[in-house]
Write a protein that binds this ligand. Structure first.
Ligand code: UDP
Length: 265
């Protein structure tokens, strides 16, 4: 049995563009699809939220004179494009998937509801939740926290270009150092851009250490923060996930793949 029954995977739009700097890199897409298939074959139910930053971001648009709400709607459409691309790549690997949309746009995708999503996940479909939250002024980070919490995912995993949480963006600042462990409160205090603050707050308010302990079969009443060092399961969890109150983000799905390869049976 895999460690997690159900996961929510967040892929940034930028991670899809590979080295080409814009749009969708077919090789990267194929690589993701292959890894998602491997994870699914381990019996894990997979929900995915993809960003749209490789195509359009509302905020960037508004800085160039676009109306913010229309710009955000364009951004949400960009996430739908990416979701369709991933769904198509998954299909090529024989993986059944459903694109769900936060805004009604049948027949492009099914209008999202938690119940339909959970049913599809239980039936073995990979569910791709597109159009973020369906509202302007939000991001797909918040979309993934929301969907992750709604579908009761055991863990939310974030694939980005950077292999962890750093004191600053390591692609811009060579002096940036990587955290081995971090809490939500530190993220606020240090003003780190791990996820946007709305998404961070959603996770902080909805996912607790108690849940993490229950999930890992640890006695919550005797739980101490220092146990993290002695508990290999949590170390592994901490090294790979945005989850509960220990947060980390992985650079690519290959890290996630490694976790499952090392999983306890
Ligand atoms: N967006 C939105 N509401 C949402 C999710 C996304 O308006 O709930 C828009 C917003 O303009 C955002 C764009 O879609 O900039 C693309 O999403 P995001 O920036 O999160 O993509 P990523 O950075 O992950 O590629």
């Amino acid at each position: 049995m895999a460690r997690f029954k159900r996961i929510l995977l967040k892929l940034s739009g930028e991670s899809l563009m590979g080295k080409q700097g814009y749009g969708i890199d077919a090789e990267r897409l194929e690589d993701y699809a292959r890894q998602i298939k491997e994870i699914q074959e381990m019996g894990v139910q997979i929900g995915i939220v993809i960003g749209g930053g490789n195509i359009f971001r509302g905020l960037t648009g508004s800085q160039k004179g676009f109306d913010r709400v229309k710009g955000d709607q364009m951004g949400m459409c960009a996430t739908v494009i990416n979701s369709l691309a991933l769904s198509s790549a998954l299909g090529a690997f024989g993986v059944k998937s459903k694109v769900m949309t936060a805004i009604r746009m049948e027949p492009i995708g099914e209008f999202y509801s938690k119940w339909k999503a959970v049913e599809a996940l239980e039936e073995g479909y990979v569910c791709i939740f597109s159009a973020g939250t369906g509202n302007p002024y939000f991001t797909t980070d918040t979309g993934s926290s929301l969907r992750g919490i709604e579908i009761e995912a055991d863990v939310m995993l974030k694939g980005t270009r950077v292999d962890g949480i750093y004191t600053a963006d390591p692609e811009k600042d060579t002096k940036a150092t990587k955290f081995t462990e971090i809490t939500y409160d530190e993220i606020y205090m240090r003003g780190l851009k791990v996820m946007d603050l709305t998404a961070t707050t959603m996770c902080k308010e909805n996912l607790t250490t108690r849940e993490m302990c229950e999930q890992l079969g640890i006695n919550y009443s005797s739980w101490k923060q220092s146990d993290v060092r002695n508990h290999p399961e949590i170390v592994r969890l901490r090294d790979t996930t945005i989850s509960r109150n220990h947060i980390y983000k992985s650079s690519s799905l290959s890290i996630i793949e490694r976790v499952w390869k090392n999983r306890k049976r």
